[in-house]
Design a protein around this ligand. Structure first.
Ligand SMILES: C[S@@+](CC[C@H](N)C(=O)[O-])C[C@H]1O[C@@H](n2cnc3c(N)ncnc32)[C@H](O)[C@@H]1O
Length: 286
């Protein structure tokens, strides 16, 4: 059994410039930021780490912290990935309101998505994945517990000039919504889900990745049928192995046939070409 390494390469509006010493230096459009990165245990390539801002981790154990930004950095600014435009924001959660390392997953799903396909995006956040699949012709159902995230996703839809696309933006609990879809006898051509380690649904429903994943995968399998094309799971910063995700997918999706692949998601550093790992994934396709 072999694992796959997915690599995000730089594009016009994003690049991993350098990494090392527990931090990374990235380019988001015209701005450069430094963020903590515990996996970057090596030495940085360059001395010049001038940046427009840095996320400083709090000394407490809560994983908190705050941005220290130059005055020139706006509250938000537009970026592109292919045909889709979206806002970058320095969020209190240390990321920039989208996940650039999803790029190879977006490309892979886009290559498998056709006109009129029904696609479900759970834990969809600010909607970059939903918009990229919609642009390929999919009818997208986007689910996230956060009103704010869904509002940002709608703004990204407008920014992309995709107001007329058939996208349903829903503020719902991911598992409960998927279970209701099963009861309604719904099916999807493609499903992607990017669950956090812990989360809350809009009515306080508790989400715990380790506890909830088997049930969620089983539920999503019931939304796939003989015509379905893919199921993609990504997981960040978890104490979980890609092999475990692969075995879970193999078992749960066996009745559908097809192929399961799993591995690590990485970003290629521009300075030396080394790969910075950021997440693990499993995906099924046919
Ligand atoms: C983008 S995903 C998290 C994965 C992310 N890549 C990370 O680093 O953890 C987070 C999204 O899941 C949403 N979320 C959390 N719990 C949820 C739940 N029970 N149902 C639906 N969405 C939820 C959050 O509102 C957020 O937008």
């Amino acid at each position: 059994m072999s694992l796959t390494t997915l690599v995000t390469e730089s594009w016009d509006d994003y690049g991993l410039l350098d990494s090392g010493g527990g931090r990374k230096l990235e380019r988001y459009g015209p701005y450069r930021f430094i963020r903590p990165e515990p996996q970057a245990m090596w030495q940085p390539a360059q001395e010049d780490w001038r940046a427009d801002g840095e996320f400083i981790t709090a000394s407490d154990l809560e994983g908190g912290g705050r941005w220290q930004l130059e005055k020139s950095v706006p509250a938000s600014w537009p970026l592109s990935r292919g045909p889709v435009r979206f806002h970058a924001v320095n969020t209190p959660f240390r990321h920039l309101a989208f996940f650039p390392d999803m790029a190879p997953q977006w490309d892979w799903m886009r290559a498998r998505t056709g006109q009129g396909d029904e696609v479900l995006n759970l834990f969809g956040y600010t909607g970059v994945g939903s918009l990229l699949l919609s642009e390929r012709g999919a009818r997208v159902t986007h689910v996230d517990a956060s009103k704010k995230a869904v509002a940002a996703a709608r703004e990204n839809q407008n920014l992309s000039g995709m107001q007329d696309r058939p996208i349903r933006w829903l503020v719902e609990d991911a598992l409960k919504y998927a279970q209701r879809e099963v009861k309604r006898g719904r099916r999807y051509d493609g499903i992607l889900f990017d669950p956090p380690k812990f989360g809350r649904g809009p009515k306080g429903e508790r989400w715990d990745l380790n506890e909830g994943l088997p049930e969620l995968v089983e539920t999503l399998r019931s939304l796939l049928d003989a015509e379905s094309k893919y199921l993609v799971l990504t997981a960040y910063a978890v104490r979980m192995s890609a092999i475990a995700l692969q075995e879970l997918f193999r078992q749960a999706l066996a009745p559908l046939g097809g192929t399961v692949e799993a591995g690590e998601m990485t970003v290629r550093e521009e300075a030396r070409g080394l790969l910075l790992p950021t997440a693990i994934f499993a995906r099924w396709s046919r």
